[in-house]
Design a protein around this ligand. Structure first.
Ligand SMILES: [Zn+2]
Length: 214
């Protein structure tokens, strides 16, 4: 019953459990600084950045959005993403956000894809930007929770692909900066496979930006 009520009206901050607000100013501040450069064990081949560590309010918010269906967090997490992107982007160049793919079954069970929603919100805050959701994970990929880094990389190898003839791809400007966005970066396996899939259609992300990095 508690969880059900949380879905309707968040009674407490997802980051620190302060009552009366879904995401408090202190927790928002924890993700509002300059993005941190991170180096995952599996190198995706492009610079990786995180809004914060996979700990504390950021971690709790990501888990609440992903595992507990806290849709209300898309707005503040998207805004935080926009803040990080505003610092990372090059002036006068269009920005293209590509959300990392989530396994469809997992996304459905969790009540939608929080990474996609946060990216949509981020784009709404950033001038001259668009989201291109072109990445997909093949069926049969197991949830990565509990897998070792090696098993995780093996699980994903070659399984992330792009949607064939995705119409949004035609709208990407020649000089656009592409940034892959995700909620969590742990081993780097998802980012690497995503970057590889984009490279196969001629898109080279300039950076990976995640909410939290382990
Ligand atoms: Zn809080």
């Amino acid at each position: 019953m508690r969880t059900l009520l949380d879905l309707i009206l968040p009674a407490s901050c997802a980051g620190c459990r302060a009552s009366g607000v879904g995401w408090c100013a202190d927790c928002a501040a924890a993700l509002a600084g300059p993005p941190l450069r991170v180096r995952p064990r599996t190198d995706p081949g492009v610079p990786c950045w995180a809004l914060g560590p996979y700990a504390g309010p950021g971690r709790r918010a990501v888990l609440a959005a992903k595992e507990r269906g806290r849709r209300d967090l898309a707005e503040p997490l998207g805004l935080a993403l926009a803040g990080g992107l505003a610092r990372l982007r090059t002036a006068d160049r269009p920005l293209v956000l590509v959300p990392a793919p989530s396994r469809k079954v997992a996304a459905r069970r969790r009540g939608g894809d929080p990474v996609l929603r946060a990216a949509e919100i981020a784009v709404s805050w950033l001038p001259d930007s668009q989201m291109v959701s072109v990445l997909r994970v093949w069926w049969g990929v197991r949830d990565s929770v509990g897998l070792t880094p090696g098993a995780r990389a093996h699980n994903l190898r070659g399984r992330i692909t792009t949607i064939p003839a995705c119409p949004a791809l035609r709208e990407i400007a020649e000089n656009a900066e592409v940034v892959l966005v995700d909620d969590v970066l742990t081993t780097g396996a998802t980012a690497r496979e995503s970057v590889r899939a984009l490279a196969r259609i001629g898109l080279r992300p300039r950076a990976v930006l995640v909410t939290c990095a382990a």
